[in-house]
Ligand binder design. Structure first.
Ligand code: GUN
Ligand code: ZN
Length: 484
């Protein structure tokens, strides 16, 4: 019994890990498809054949179902669903947030989840709406925490119970929630009540609440982003340290005639062609898909394929250390995602602490790249460079004998010693022709050397084109022009 999580490799604050629940393991990041036993577009067995190791279903639906309640209690969920991976059950909380009340208590739902042999149980947390005021949010958070405490007291500290983090849109309440959930000993922590933010594209707010919760949650806790199912935001969420997603989107979108892509979704009536390599899309034209009798199921299969492929891509990016590049790419699919990405970059200092030392490469993708964790870290270390009294920063790479130290220059990082030229990030970074944003950022690196070595005198040798940028960042500094 019990839930354990191990991080195996990481990039930014994202990790590839292994979640262990009893004897079963799940590779993370992972997608838990949401299963509604009353409308199965794709069976759990088929999901397992697609490589799905865990799924999530709603205990409240089973407890209220004439058809399934007794079977679930007799056979257990795994036999009923014909799935031997990890089955997580949600409580009635989602119904609570949609319908206002549920006829079940916290201990009743947890006992029921235990009795139907769920692998991960969720208490009756209160998903506070982002529209709620501070007082309501605080009161509801107190009730949620009380129910989590009750869950531990009644079912024991090793019971496989999730500890949802609530707190609405108040960052300090999310921090408080993260701290209390950690203190109560939860190692599997869903971040709750983000669905309304996702539905209205409020990615900036999403970043604020997830970063706040992560600040106080244990780094060794497995983090599930409750109700997040659109693959366009998985990279962004993973970069913050979310390990699990659960998606009803593949099925809900299919019912609604919508076709998922990592850049956004289409109504199938709009599609002239099917821009995807999955079996459904390669064996149907757009017209055939629209008029297929099993259109909903075909769309669900495609939607799952796209979602799973994105998870695989994220795992590869973490392994390579190219998650920032993937986040950058995905977040250009919608202006609000770009806004979320910029909000994430505002947290670069916090993320830098978690970020890994070396990566396969650094691709410059525009102004946003100047604010990445690798640039910040590189510049934070510049005061350690051994430099003499008379320093040349040679933009053109040429040495001059009259200086004690010659530094080369690579934007957006800044000055570097020749000896560092093959090391990360200087060597493996690919940048296009220099632009103002990257040169300005690199000049901040020169300024840091100037500030940490006030006794040294720095001269920059550059083409006249960069002199205004240098003067703007460095003030009255010596500038000479290279011959070119
Ligand atoms: N599903 C989506 N959001 C939530 C949440 O905040 N709590 C629970 N229990 N389930 C959810
Ligand atoms: Zn497809």
């Amino acid at each position: 019994m019990g839930i354990a999580f191990e991080s195996l490799s990481s990039d930014i604050a994202g990790r590839c890990g292994r979640l262990t629940v009893g004897k079963k393991t799940v590779k993370t990041p992972a997608l838990l498809p949401v299963i509604n036993p009353h409308l199965l577009l794709v069976t759990p067995k088929e999901l397992q054949a697609m490589g799905i190791e865990a799924l999530i279903t709603n205990a409240y639906i089973f407890s209220q179902s004439k058809q399934f309640r007794e079977r679930a209690l007799c056979e257990g969920l795994h036999r009923l669903l014909d799935f031997d991976g990890v089955v997580m059950t949600d409580s009635g909380s989602f119904q609570l947030s949609v319908y206002g009340q549920v006829s079940i208590t916290n201990t009743e739902t947890l006992s029921f989840q235990r009795d139907i042999k769920s692998d991960i149980w969720v208490p009756l947390d209160i998903p506070t709406s982002p529209a709620s005021d501070r007082k309501t949010t605080e009161e509801e958070l107190a009730i949620t925490i009380q129910r989590l405490r009750e869950a531990k007291e009644i079912f024991g500290r090793d019971a496989p119970i999730a500890g949802p983090v609530q707190g609405g849109i108040f960052e300090d309440l999310r921090e408080r929630a993260g701290r209390e959930v950690t203190d109560l000993g939860f190692s599997f922590c869903p971040i709750g009540a983000v669905v309304p933010l996702l539905e209205s594209y409020r990615y900036r707010d999403l970043v604020a609440v997830v970063m706040a919760a992560k600040r106080t949650l244990s780094p060794s806790a497995c983090i599930h982003l409750f109700g997040a199912g659109h693959p366009s935001m998985f990279a962004l969420a993973t970069a913050m340290g979310c390990d699990l997603f659960d998606s009803a989107a593949y099925a809900l979108y299919a019912k609604d005639g919508r076709y998922l892509t990592v850049h956004g979704s289409y109504r199938i009536s709009e599609l002239v062609d099917l821009p995807c390599a999955c079996a459904v899309c390669r064996s149907h034209t757009a017209e055939e898909l629209r008029s297929a009798p099993d259109r909903e199921r075909l769309l669900a299969l495609h939607n799952l394929h796209v979602t799973l492929a994105e998870i695989a891509r994220i795992r590869q990016a973490i392994s390579d250390g190219t998650l920032w590049e993937l986040v950058d790419e995905r977040c250009r699919g919608h202006p609000q995602l770009l806004s979320g990405y910029r909000a994430l970059l505002d947290h670069a200092a916090e993320l830098e602490v978690r970020d890994r030392v070396s990566k396969r490469r650094f691709f410059y993708r525009g102004d946003e790249s100047c604010r990445r964790t690798e640039v910040l870290r590189y510049q934070q270390q510049l005061d350690r460079l051994p430099v003499g009294k008379n320093i040349l920063v040679a933009f053109d790479g040429g040495e001059r004998d009259v200086f004690d130290t010659t530094l080369l220059f690579k934007p957006p990082f800044g000055p570097y010693l020749w000896e560092l030229k093959e090391t990360f990030p200087i060597g493996p970074s690919e940048i296009p022709e220099w632009d103002e944003a990257m040169v300005r950022q690199g000049c901040r690196g020169i300024r840091l050397i100037q500030e940490s070595h006030p006794e040294s005198r720095i001269t920059v040798c550059c083409s006249p084109r960069w002199e205004p940028v240098i003067r703007e960042v460095l003030g009255d500094i010596g500038v000479t022009h290279d011959p070119s």
